[in-house]
Design a protein around this ligand. Structure first.
Ligand SMILES: [Zn+2]
Length: 278
């Protein structure tokens, strides 16, 4: 028996082969360090090597932040192909594929929940669902969540990650910028806190409306936050942009966000704020 042919080394406990199968592994999209998928998930999609914060689904985000989800708000509202839009494939087909691929039924989930025993309304965007884009149903769920918070004197928290407005819904998606902003203006009259967490990427119509109106704006480290992508701006102005352009770090320097908080510390940070407010 030699080193090559032996299947088990006496005295050494080997792990089952399945765990070592390639399917169990993933690579960090930034530094390419391999990690077991189970470890990656338990670290909330944060790379242990370079601390890159990878996108998180709306369901995982709510599970990570909320200690109790009391009930969803308007999860019965389902996206619809209002304009019978067609590009490389019909929009209705895109919706079916996105719904089959994700646990969420739209690019936002809104729930009545509690964080550290403080009740609130929590909304989380899902970048996996058509790039977290804001269509009519995303806007409607958000507005009804804000109204529920208004009626019940609750704080409102939104975790925003999105490519912007959903172009397949044309003007119906663009008007959600005004609708969500108007709902938040009414909310601010109640003097209740609106908290925003900016996760990467947060761009376009979402960053230009509901994501920029927080009383407290927190960003995850290294998040890409802006309106138009840096490549388009570079081509338009014909200049090389600074390395940290549109990152949460540069936005904090310019006063756009109040704090940069690591995903693992986020719940504790929000809990501290909510307890001081309550
Ligand atoms: Zn990494």
């Amino acid at each position: 028996m030699n080193w090559y042919t032996t299947s088990e080394t006496p005295g050494v406990k080997t792990q089952p082969l399945a765990e070592w199968s390639l399917k169990q592994w993933t690579l960090c999209p930034k530094c390419q360090t391999p990690a077991l998928k189970s470890q990656w998930a338990s670290a909330l999609n944060v790379c242990g090597s370079c601390q890159y914060h990878a996108p998180l689904s709306a369901q995982s985000r709510l599970a990570m932040l909320c200690d109790q989800i009391i009930h969803p708000i308007r999860s019965d509202l389902q996206p619809k192909d209002f304009l019978k839009f067609f590009d490389t494939q019909p929009y209705s087909e895109r919706l079916k594929i996105a719904a089959a691929k994700n646990k969420s039924s739209e690019a936002i989930e809104v729930v009545y929940a509690s964080i550290a025993q403080v009740p609130l309304v929590c909304a989380a965007f899902d970048f996996g669902f058509i790039g977290g884009s804001m269509g009519a149903v995303v806007g409607e769920r958000f507005v009804q969540g804000v109204q529920f918070a208004c009626q019940n004197n609750l704080p409102f928290l939104c975790v925003a990650t999105s490519g912007g407005a959903r172009m397949q819904e044309g003007v119906l998606s663009l008007m959600q910028m005004a609708r969500t902003s108007a709902a938040l203006a009414q909310f601010s009259q109640k003097r209740l806190p609106y908290l925003v967490v900016l996760a990467s990427p947060c761009m376009g119509g979402v960053s230009a409306s509901l994501a920029s109106l927080g009383d407290l704006t927190i960003a995850e480290p290294g998040a890409l936050i802006g309106f138009t992508g840096p490549k388009v701006i570079e081509q338009t102005v014909g200049k090389k942009l600074p390395k940290d352009f549109q990152t949460s770090e540069s936005l904090k320097q310019q006063g756009f966000c109040d704090a940069i908080v690591h995903r693992h510390d986020l719940k504790q940070y929000l809990a501290r704020f909510l307890h001081r407010w309550a």
